[in-house]
Design a protein around this ligand. Sequence first.
Ligand SMILES: C[S@@+](CC[C@H](N)C(=O)[O-])C[C@H]1O[C@@H](n2cnc3c(N)ncnc32)[C@H](O)[C@@H]1O
Length: 264
Amino acid sequence: MDEVDASVAHSARIWNYWLGGKDWFPVDRRVGDQIAEMFPDIVRLARADRAFLGRAVRYLAGEAGIRQFLDIGTGLPTANNTHQVAQGVAPESRIVYVDNDPLVLVHARSLLTGTAEGAIDYIEADLSDPDRIVREASKTLDFTQPVAVMLLGVLHHIPDDDMARAIVDRLVDALAPGGYLTIAHSTNQVTGAAMDEAVRHWNQFGKPSMTLRTTEAITGFFDRLELLEPGVVSTTRWRPDPADAEAGPIRETDEFCGVGRKPA
Ligand SMILES: C[S@@+](CC[C@H](N)C(=O)[O-])C[C@H]1O[C@@H](n2cnc3c(N)ncnc32)[C@H](O)[C@@H]1O
């Protein structure tokens, strides 16, 4: 296992800081505050991403009847992690978490307490090795049956477009018909230069680097899938809860998302 590096801001920890958690180091708060100064929307973006995770997993475990989840780029445990949402709908749900940050591994135990009927596993692995992820996840998940792959806030940490595409293709190959792919990915479609500047700062002081992609590029990841309505949109616009709509006009945020289904 790699050492936890407390001298450089890391994605999982800064995300935890913006989400109001406690699992970060002073360097994460410093860089997190600098980014929030340049890009005040970041805390809303992080919270909107988690709210999207909740709605997407509720849809997948509920209406779509999915019982197996592969959540890559899990992040540090927070409220309403994938297993809590999925097993809240269907207690027999099986979940495999994957992250490459050693601090997430340290905290993984709190991800592993689910229902007696279901199963949860954690793999320390890198998204750039999807073969290993699928091989290890197969110990807990049955890939002959539908699995929902969750790539929330992680694909933008793969800078090379061809490599990102190859990773998604390999994961889609592993899915049985009726399996799902869910992506949330940072963009600059809404806030433009402010987001560009925040990402430049992140790439100078944080790890791993971030690459923004357009709505079209994110939509391209779903080429081999049936993209569910409403397509690739700001997380706040993906099937908002009625209460969100009642709270006033929906504000977009620069994290775009989509859910696709592998056809028969
Ligand atoms: C912004 S957080 C998102 C956490 C969670 N998925 C969410 O949406 O709230 C990104 C996570 O991806 C992990 N990560 C970044 N690059 C990765 C890679 N190449 N392989 C596996 N995990 C990675 C980070 O350690 C971090 O926990």
